[in-house]
Design a protein around this ligand. Structure first.
Ligand code: ATP
Length: 197
């Protein structure tokens, strides 16, 4: 059984790519969703986060104020390390459970930080969605209606494009049109079906 890890920097096109695989009946396990599940309201991790950062880290409805937490860990790498040590094992467990439940011909784990978090270790093969930094900035700032400076600082916090190219087994370029991308993904899908047999 093949587990394919799909990754790429912010705005590289991971969602577009996984939507194409999904239409081809491949199950998608999303590390971002798993990271939200790890801090659900009332969970032991959320209680530990509240003990560490105070009640203000919660929204009025008891859910985590993710924007506030993101701001704290962006400024302080010690807090970031603490949080990662707490959450990464739990997120990985949620991912493993979801992968186990999936019954598609092969399955995909999509994660923006596949290499950075070590999540690639549960994958048999990895696919990088690669674009130039200019395209990343342009597409993300249009999508999220945010200034390009904000996108640039997120890009800086992630592994560089070259490092990711070195680490990935397969690389798909998303410089062209959506139609180009779909064609390339369909070709990769055919090869993954053979690989999964
Ligand atoms: P994030 O890591 O921020 O979640 P992502 O890697 O999932 O981003 P997408 O949301 O798939 O990236 O793509 C970013 C934006 O760029 C979206 O608005 C998407 O529609 C657009 N986009 C992606 N690929 C192309 C393309 N080939 N041509 C034009 N627009 C594209």
């Amino acid at each position: 059984m093949l587990i394919l890890g799909v990754t790429g920097g912010i705005g590289s096109g991971k969602t577009v790519v996984t939507d194409i695989f999904s239409k081809l009946d491949i199950d998608i396990i999303d590390a971002d969703l798993a990271s939200r599940k790890a801090v659900f309201k009332g969970s032991s991790s959320l209680i530990k986060i509240q003990e560490k950062f105070g009640k203000d880290i919660l929204l009025k409805d008891g859910n985590l104020n993710r924007a506030k937490l993101r701001e704290i860990i962006f400024k302080d790498s010690n807090q970031k390390d603490w949080l990662e040590k707490l959450l990464h094992p739990q997120i990985l467990q949620i991912i493993k459970d979801e992968l186990e439940e999936s019954k598609s011909l092969y399955k995909i784990l999509v994660s923006p930080l596949l290499f950075e978090t070590g999540q690639y270790q549960v994958c048999d093969r990895t696919l990088l969605v690669d674009v130039s930094e200019d395209k990343q900035i342009q597409r993300t700032s249009i999508r999220d209606k945010v200034p390009s400076g904000q996108v640039k600082s997120i890009i800086k916090s992630q592994l560089s494009r070259l490092e990711k190219i070195e680490l990935a087994d397969d690389v798909v370029s998303n410089e062209g049109s959506l139609a180009d991308l779909e064609e390339k993904i369909k070709a990769l899908h055919s090869s993954y079906l053979i690989y999964a047999k």
